[in-house]
Design a protein around this ligand. Structure first.
Ligand code: ATP
Ligand code: MG
Length: 552
């Protein structure tokens, strides 16, 4: 499935029809993040649809920071959002915009509505207005301000702008229909007083446009033809259309799609911020977070994230995708594209008694079993090795793929060896295997062609690198941490979501760049952490090799 060949996308069907009929001649989309948090995998779906659609139709996609709320925004988020979109492989080129750059125009448009008798200043408090607005099945009452003259409205709005009134004393309302069955059409507020300093416009304004008024105007100014957003905005669409029609400006159109939801994942910036602020995770880019920076640090690839978005498609049906679907996409991608390496997570010692004490040999092993182009690497071999504790078993059944006394095993890429003796501690735990190897089996196969079914990974003890390895599991213990109204989502945090071990890794792993992804053969997928250095090797487990119940 190519990135632009999205499985189900009803918006593309609409675009195809529009282009065919000549209703539209270009595809211009935008991604409008509010810089009040880091992007998460839900945003990746919106980014994929906005940028991916523009790409498919040779159009363009704008990155527009929705900074109409002066209070929540932060430069740190702005930088992170840009970085994350680029990481996903998208580029807005010169089309970077700020909603706040349109404040002057929005103000003029508000005056235009007042002059048309389509907006008025209202003194009702939020709660008072709720009473007037009533419920969908009953018509509302006319707020007192509705009958104010145009002159009076212009004067009050001007004084709102000048800062003569306190926050909340007045709002500007669109004058639409107090009996509409759609509550959003019952004279919604379009400007409010908020005496706050804005990161871009400073103290120039103390009135700020409401989202519904601002968004359609931003789209119109930028010539957006397809403004995609999530389903909860469907009921706002009549207002979007009303404002653009009354202002008689370029008519962008809004299309709503269903959100991306995944089991075992909570995606709301507000809640993610709680996890960060309460120290329940190690920052926004903790590898357990569903943020794009967290997923990057964990070792997930942008390709896998986009493939997930393509697979779930673009529909209007609310749904929750299973995390297993995403994990299998990630595994498929990593299996195909990550380099192979050897690492032992829970080591026991193997001593090859007939191997010379101070000899070191180097074996060439492939970096990928199917991709010759990824080349080979040299792995040192010596008399003492580390192998995985689970690769030894007393009296093992035939199908067991490891050492048991007397059975020959292949040390991957090196030699065939047999375990002759097992040494255990007082508690019966294996501490060491005494083995002999066949010097004729260099590279791992015997000259007489005898069959050895078991191949295990190993690391030369004297060359091994001790690395901190972080084994991540799911952050929550239940599929839907928001499903129990009696409880807080944080009650479902998995206490075992992070386990740190010291593993024995092949030496080259000390020198890889942070962010490099590997399959540690027979163990799982791992990624060198951002803080990985040769002096302090540090790896994150992206996923186990195959899914298990508590994975990821
Ligand atoms: P959150 O709900 O997580 O707090 P938000 O919707 O408030 O996020 P914005 O910055 O306003 O975050 O969103 C930017 C764009 O991303 C919007 O168009 C929004 O509809 C879209 N978006 C947010 N969450 C999802 C999701 N789970 N699936 C698809 N699109 C999403
Ligand atoms: Mg928001």
């Amino acid at each position: 499935m190519s990135e632009n060949n999205q499985t189900t996308n009803f918006i593309h069907d609409i675009i195809d029809a529009d282009l065919a009929s000549g209703k539209r001649t270009e595809v211009v989309t935008r991604f409008p993040p509010e810089p009040n948090g880091y992007l998460h995998i839900g945003h990746a779906k919106a980014i994929y649809l906005d940028f991916g659609t523009a790409e498919k139709y040779n159009g363009r996609c704008h990155l527009r920071f929705d900074d109409t709320n002066p209070e929540a925004e932060d430069e740190e988020y702005v930088q992170a959002i840009r970085e994350d979109i680029k990481w996903l492989g998208y580029d807005w080129g010169e089309h970077l915009y700020w909603a706040s750059n349109y404040f002057d125009t929005m103000y003029e448009y508000a005056i235009r509505l007042i002059n048309k008798g389509k907006a008025y200043v209202c003194e009702l408090t939020k709660d008072e207005f709720k009473e007037y607005r009533s419920i969908p099945t009953e018509p509302g009452k006319e707020p007192p301000g509705r009958s104010r003259s145009i002159e009076e409205n212009l004067d009050l709005f001007e004084r709102m702008k000048k800062g003569e009134f306190e926050d909340g004393a007045y709002v500007l309302r669109a004058r639409i229909d107090m009996a509409s069955p759609n509550l959003h059409m019952r004279d919604p507020a379009i400007y409010r007083i908020k005496k706050a300093t804005h990161h871009n416009t400073g103290d120039k304004w103390c009135i700020y446009p409401m989202y519904d008024f601002a968004h359609c105007i931003e789209d119109s100014i930028e010539g957006i033809t397809y403004s995609m957003c999530t389903l909860e905005f469907e009921v706002h669409r009549p207002l979007y259309d009303w404002i653009l029609e009354e202002l008689e400006i370029f008519h962008s159109r809004q299309y709503e799609f269903s959100k991306l939801n995944l089991t075992y994942i909570v995606l709301s910036k507000r809640r993610l911020l709680q996890l960060v602020n309460e120290g329940l995770v190690d920052g926004w880019d903790d590898p357990r977070m569903p943020t794009l920076c967290g997923m990057r640090r964990r070792g997930f690839t942008p390709e896998a994230i986009k493939k997930l978005c393509a697979t779930v498609g673009c529909t209007k049906y609310e749904s929750i995708s299973e995390i297993e679907l995403f994990e299998s996409i990630v595994r498929e991608d990593l299996n195909e594209n990550s380099l192979r390496a050897m690492g032992v997570m829970d080591p026991i010692k193997v001593v090859i008694e007939n191997y010379p004490e101070d000899l070191t040999e180097e074996f060439e092993v492939p970096n990928h079993p199917q991709k010759e182009e990824l080349g080979n690497r040299k792995v040192p071999f010596s008399r003492e090795l580390w192998i995985e504790r689970t690769d030894y078993m007393d009296d093992a059944p035939n199908k067991f793929r490891g050492f048991t006394q007397g059975r020959e095993v292949r040390l991957r890429g090196a030699y065939l060896a047999v375990c002759n003796e097992v040494i255990k501690d007082a508690d019966g735990n294996v501490t060491e295997l005494r083995c002999t190897y066949d010097p004729e089996s260099k590279g791992g196969s015997a000259p007489d062609g005898r069959k050895v079914k078991s191949t295990i990974h190993w690391v030369s003890a004297k060359h091994a690198v001790d690395a901190e390895v972080r084994l991540y599991e799911r952050l929550y213990t239940v599929e839907n941490p928001l499903g129990d109204k009696e409880k807080d989502f944080k009650d479902f945090l998995n206490p075992d979501s992070l386990k740190t071990i010291t593993a024995k890794l092949e030496p080259m792993l000390a020198h890889v760049a942070p962010g490099t992804r590997f399959q540690f053969e027979r163990v799982g997928y791992f990624c060198a952490d951002l803080d990985h250095t040769p002096e302090r090797p540090l790896f994150n487990r992206t996923l186990t090799l195959r899914g298990t119940k508590n994975d990821a």
